[in-house]
Design a protein around this ligand. Structure first.
Ligand SMILES: [Fe+2]
Ligand SMILES: [Fe+2]
Length: 174
């Protein structure tokens, strides 16, 4: 993008670069959740797999929301390259713990963009990210609730099936 085009953005250039980073993070989350869905399918957690198939789609939607925002504001969204997707998990608990780690990182990243947008008086970007901040509260809360349930149920014997069955109620909420 040349200098004049950059000056005509309705958001700050720094925000555009940070939002391109966020596009990549959402795409990475989408790919990571697809790998988790694969693990769940292979290990007999079919309801959990459904949960992660839905999360995959949602993360893709988040990515497209930011992508389209950059188009609307005159920026240059970049289609991200994704690598390094982990497919190895030691247990269903490990899967959901990894998902929570992802979400916490995403939340931190979005808050960082909001802080920088606020510092540079980029109100457009700050307002746009309001939705994402609240979405992260929901997503983190869902996964924390699931981890609490796994802790209570325990992973021995019949617990495995009970854990998977209980995921059903979070599929609608998520
Ligand atoms: Fe997301
Ligand atoms: Fe998410």
């Amino acid at each position: 993008m040349n200098d004049i085009a950059r000056q005509q953005l309705s958001i700050q250039v720094e925000s555009m670069d940070l939002l391109n980073g966020q596009i990549k993070m959402e795409a990475h989350a989408s790919a990571a959740y697809l790998a988790m869905a694969s693990w769940c399918e292979q290990n007999g957690f079919f309801t959990s797999a459904k949960f992660f198939f839905k999360q995959t789609e949602e993360e893709r939607e988040h990515m497209m929301k930011i992508f389209n925002f950059l188009i609307d504001t005159g920026g240059s969204p970049i289609s991200p390259e994704i690598s390094g997707i982990n497919h190895e998990f030691s247990s269903i608990k490990d899967v959901f713990e990894s998902a929570l780690q992802h979400e916490v990182k995403v939340t931190e990243s979005i808050k960082n963009i909001v802080k920088k947008a606020r510092a540079s008086m980029d109100i457009t970007t700050e307002r746009f990210l309001d939705w994402f901040i609240l979405e992260q509260v929901e997503e983190e809360n869902t996964i924390r609730d699931i981890l609490d349930m796994i802790e209570l149920t325990g992973m021995e014997g019949v617990g495995k099936q009970m854990i998977d069955d209980s995921i059903e109620k979070w599929i609608e909420e998520a």
